[in-house]
Design a protein around this ligand. Structure first.
Ligand code: SF4
Length: 349
């Protein structure tokens, strides 16, 4: 059984817009990242806690921050599961919506059917703000659960929840099953059909960020490198909307530049291709002193060690939790000069 669907729920925001992307990415190995590994671990911990398999949680190396956030999520989820109003539920269930998207499935963190309708929950451990309304991943889970149990229960309303604890984004949006099926018929089915066949227009956009084609895709490069339609009406400096658009583009360009460099390096290093004007250059790795070298330095009267460095307050909070840190360090934390950081209104980046 395939672990990942071609038309997966988690990548739906991309293949629903850029339909050929699903087939173009097929077979390309995904890069693992610290954030992705952290997200997978948080889901495993939350699932084990929900299933009360605490002995397995103890074997995992998790920091206090993840322990606290998953505890809070589990408490929130338990209220939903254990409510007298809940008639049926599923934890980390494989949900299929193949009647609307060929071979499509995904893993829904939690669903619960209550008197007031179906609840779908998605735990997000990242810091990039995730919108709840019109979220295709949630819509696909909702559709899959309706397909699974709709013949047993009359589901009229669906409550879709995002639980994103690290940026305190815990929100709900509501859709009727009539509107859900209208979307599934009018939008999902035709786009999924194209995506499955690998046809349709290549449409770049902010959804390119985690596409496996990012960095090598011409349409993405064209979009990012095209000049912005500046008006030069009254001012010669960027202001207001133009400044916002430039900032948005700069953030995308910075990510794209890294992917582009990695792609060019792969072409030269592993594919035997040329990139005119570029070559690979090897530099010596970082130098390390051996154990024998350390002894010799000490014998020569040279201290080979640096002064131990104090951990940051956040590192200690991650290790032992916020409550214990503030109790131990009560009155012992000083603040440096205030730092002003530019950030988007929603989320951290
Ligand atoms: S990078 Fe963007 S435009 Fe290119 S295939 Fe992926 S989603 Fe489509």
């Amino acid at each position: 059984m395939n672990k990942h669907a071609l038309l997966s729920a988690s990548s739906a925001h991309r293949w629903l817009v850029c339909t050929p992307s699903a087939r173009l990415c097929e077979g390309i190995k995904g890069e693992s990242s610290v954030a992705a590994e952290e997200g997978t671990l948080a889901h495993t911990v939350a699932e084990l806690k929900l299933l009360k398999q605490f002995d397995k949680v103890e074997k995992l190396r998790i920091d206090k921050e993840m322990d606290e956030h998953t505890d809070n999520y589990v408490q929130w989820a338990r209220e939903l599961i254990d409510s007298k109003k809940t008639k049926a539920h599923g934890i980390e269930s494989r949900i299929s919506y193949t009647d609307f998207a060929p071979g499509g499935f995904g893993t829904c963190d939690l669903w619960a059917l209550q008197d007031n309708g179906l609840h779908i929950a998605d735990l997000k451990y990242g810091r990039t703000y995730v919108e709840t309304s019109d979220n295709p991943q949630l819509l696909l889970y909702a559709l899959g659960v309706c397909e699974k149990i709709g013949h047993l229960y009359d589901i009229k309303t669906i409550h879709m929840h995002i639980y994103q604890p690290r940026i305190n984004n815990i929100k709900t949006s509501v859709i009727t099953s009539t509107d859900l099926y209208k979307w599934a018929t009018d939008v999902l089915r035709p786009q999924a059909e194209k995506a499955y066949r690998g046809i349709g227009d290549i449409v770049p956009g902010s959804h390119c960020k985690y596409c496996k084609m990012a960095g090598k895709c011409k349409a993405q490069a064209r979009r990012l490198l095209e000049l912005m339609p500046y008006t030069d009406k009254d001012l010669h400096t960027l202001q207001g909307d133009e400044l916002r658009d430039a900032l948005d583009k700069a953030a995308e360009l910075a990510l794209w530049a890294d992917k582009l460099k990695a792609y060019a390096k792969t072409q030269l290093e592993f594919e035997g291709k040329e990139v005119p004007g570029y070559k690979l250059h090897k530099t010596a790795g970082r130098r390390y002193i051996t154990d024998e070298g350390t002894e010799r330095l000490e014998a020569a009267g040279v201290n080979p060690y640096e002064k131990p460095k104090l951990k940051s307050v956040s590192a200690i909070e991650k290790e032992i939790g916020k409550a214990e840190t503030s109790s131990i360090l009560d009155g012992c934390i000083e603040y440096g000069a205030e730092i002003t950081k530019l950030m988007k209104e929603k989320g951290e980046d």
